[in-house]
Design a protein around this ligand. Structure first.
Ligand code: T5A
Length: 212
């Protein structure tokens, strides 16, 4: 891969949509393509950002104000961008991130009902021009997401939210996917894993990024 061709790819979707499972599939594809890449995640991706992730996901005695949550997410993102994403891209490595700012639009903008305008303001402030080149959204209905998460034991601070919260999150992902057909690909992740991966393979085979 040429240095200047490094791209930023993100994987999005609700809890239990299969992001971690399918991340491994995309890595195999990158390996076959001999693409040099770096896998990372949000919130997190650096030592400091992972500490912020713990604050975001853990339960606390005092409620975390939604604005505090939003600012912590962007604080972690600033660290992640400067420590990991920009250096990797500058070094010719593709970046594959499990979640990025589309999650903030979905969870904080719509789930928490803070509004997309606040997210957009911080997006410009923290990211400048940096945006993913490709975002794959794994789409599952709210009930299936909850079912896949239920089997895992203790629920984190987001997983305890009610169905209406996650319906807003899902709707927001749909709206974002519809807003830019070049950047987003929506995959029905309620199918069996082989079916999801066949759709994923079709995306990887057809997206222009991988033909350059
Ligand atoms: N958050 C994050 C915000 O609120 N704002 C933000 O800006 C950001 C960046 C982080 C939390 O932070 C919030 C959103 C989240 O609540 P996370 O670490 O990304 O969370 O974790 P989750 O989304 O909770 O990750 P999950 O592990 O729940 O989901 P995955 O990775 O999508 O699912 P995966 O691959 O672990 O699969 C879950 C289970 O389903 C099975 C798997 O085998 C596994 O058991 N499965 C399938 N089963 C049948 N058929 C399929 N097609 C299947 N695909 C997967």
């Amino acid at each position: 891969m040429l240095k200047e061709s490094a791209k930023f790819v993100t994987l999005e979707g609700m809890e239990g949509a299969g992001k971690s499972t399918n991340l491994a599939y995309i890595c195999e594809f990158f390996d076959k393509q001999k693409i040099k890449y770096r896998v990372t995640r949000e919130p997190g991706g650096t030592e400091v950002a992972e500490k912020i992730r713990d604050v975001l996901l853990c339960h606390h005695d005092e409620p975390l104000h939604p604005m505090c949550e939003l600012l912590l997410i962007f604080a972690a993102r600033a660290q992640h961008i400067e420590q990991v994403i920009k250096p990797a891209l500058a070094n010719g490595e593709w970046v594959l991130s499990d979640r990025f700012t589309d999650a903030t639009y979905a969870y904080q903008g719509e789930g928490r009902q803070l509004g997309g305008d606040k997210v957009e303001l911080l997006e410009h402030f923290v990211q400048g021009d940096l945006k993913p080149d490709l975002t794959i959204i794994l789409d599952v209905p709210v009930e299936l997401s909850a079912e896949r998460v239920r089997g895992r034991g203790e629920l984190d601070r987001f997983e305890v939210e009610q169905g209406a919260f996650f319906q807003r999150v899902r709707d927001a992902y749909h709206q974002r996917a519809a807003s830019d057909a070049d950047r987003y690909r929506l995959i029905d992740a309620s199918q069996t894993l082989p079916e999801v991966q066949a759709d994923l393979q079709a995306v990887l085979d057809n997206v222009k990024l991988f033909q350059d």
